[in-house]
Design a protein around this ligand. Structure first.
Ligand code: TXA
Ligand code: MG
Length: 354
């Protein structure tokens, strides 16, 4: 058992983006020391908070799995702070299109899966001969990684089966007493995890949609990049695990319309209901007692919805609703990743009216 320190980094220092200065910060130095000693540290990235440890040290990586209660056959993403750290982790040279992608989108919410070098222990990659690597675009994450001078293995810093944390207090709620340090860098910018792309072939395949949209990658590369699930490619090992789904029953509403909503309100009379609706739909329901309406943002601003989703699901699950309904948004841009997470959270509870 640990005493967990929750340490906040000065907002103005983060905003300055000055990595050199951040590397001299007391909290970052303490975090880097812990990492070098084989300990785990939770830190902010631009996507979600990560729980990091020395990726080259089996005993350190094992602590991540223990703290999260994560199945050991689910591999971790290795985070780097500079391009120089890349070559030591991979086997051979990357194809030209991948180099172009990295130049354009790193640091950022893009994770590549490629052949691994021998420096990484089995536990980091869960015995696979591939490794997932990303360079996060958050000054605190980069300063911490560079100060530790190590590649840092880091899954999202939640308990296995909880939503990924987008704020330090989410990490605290899940991992208090399980880790020595949480570095608070404020709420994360994107709010959804990175896009995981298998780049072993001459055409990339998206294993997990995320913060960098498929649309954006496709337009940059000049051809339509596919999701693995649509072309029957083997999926990411993480896909088979139980993903976050709230305790309170959660149902997705596709093709929302007034008739359906009125019917639902009628059917669930006397129950405590929450409706998570887009700005375009909130006026469809009038305020009634026993019904809470939460506006999640405009369906034309999926970035904002991505940013709010996990925190909202955490919050709603803590209140005692009998049933939560959530409206579908268009699967365009980052909306594709938003809907991917919502589908996991609702499991099979989908209402569709034609
Ligand atoms: O934005 C993110 O990606 C966050 C922050 C902390 O960087 N990290 C994150 O890690 O979401 P995690 O462990 O929650 O998700 C990693 C995903 C899993 O679905 C895992 O199966 C997949 O990446 N993955 C890791 N290594 C892989 C590999 N060698 N081959 C295929 N998939 C891999
Ligand atoms: Mg995760």
């Amino acid at each position: 058992m640990y005493h967990t320190s929750l340490e906040k980094i000065d907002k103005i220092l983060i905003k300055s983006g000055n990595i050199d200065l951040l590397m001299k910060n007391r909290i970052i130095k303490y975090g880097a020391d812990l990492l070098r000693k084989g300990e785990v540290v939770a830190f902010p990235t631009e996507t979600v908070y990560g729980l990091g440890a020395d990726a080259t040290r089996e005993g350190a990586v094992e602590k991540i799995f223990v703290a999260k209660g994560r199945p050991q056959d689910n591999p971790l993403i290795v985070h780097i702070g500079s391009f120089e750290q890349l070559s030591g982790l991979i086997d051979g040279k990357l194809p030209t299109y991948v180099e172009k992608l990295l130049k354009r989108y790193w640091p950022g919410p893009l994770t590549i899966v490629t052949k691994k070098s021998k420096t990484l222990p089995m536990m980091t990659t869960a015995g696979l001969d591939t490794v997932a690597i990303r360079m996060p675009d958050h000054p605190v994450a980069r300063a911490l990684i560079l100060a530790s001078n190590l590649p840092i293995a880091a899954p999202s810093a939640n308990l296995s089966g909880s939503p990924s944390p987008t704020r330090a207090d989410h990490v605290y709620a899940d991992l208090n007493k399980k880790i020595p340090l949480i570095i608070d860098g404020g709420p994360t910018k994107i709010g959804l995890e990175s896009t995981v792309v298998d780049v072993r072939d001459d055409k990339p395949v998206i294993l997990r949609p995320g913060g960098l949209s498929r649309e954006e990658i496709s337009s940059f590369l000049g051809f339509e990049v596919q999701l693995a699930e649509n072309i029957k490619k083997p999926l990411s090992p993480g896909i088979k695990y139980r993903h976050y789904s709230p305790e309170t029953p959660l149902t997705l509403i596709k093709n929302i319309n007034d008739k359906l909503l009125n019917q639902l309100i009628e059917d669930y009379k006397g129950k405590r209901l929450a409706f998570v609706l887009t700005s375009e739909s909130i006026d469809r329901i009038s305020n009634k007692s026993g019904i809470e309406i939460i506006e999640i943002g405009s369906r034309f601003n999926p970035e904002l919805i991505a940013n709010r989703l996990f925190a909202l699901l955490r919050k709603l699950d803590k209140k005692d609703f009998d049933q939560i309904f959530i409206e579908a948004i268009p699967e365009k841009g980052i909306g594709e990743a938003v809907m991917n997470r919502i589908y996991k959270a609702v499991r099979k509870n989908v209402l569709e009216l034609n």
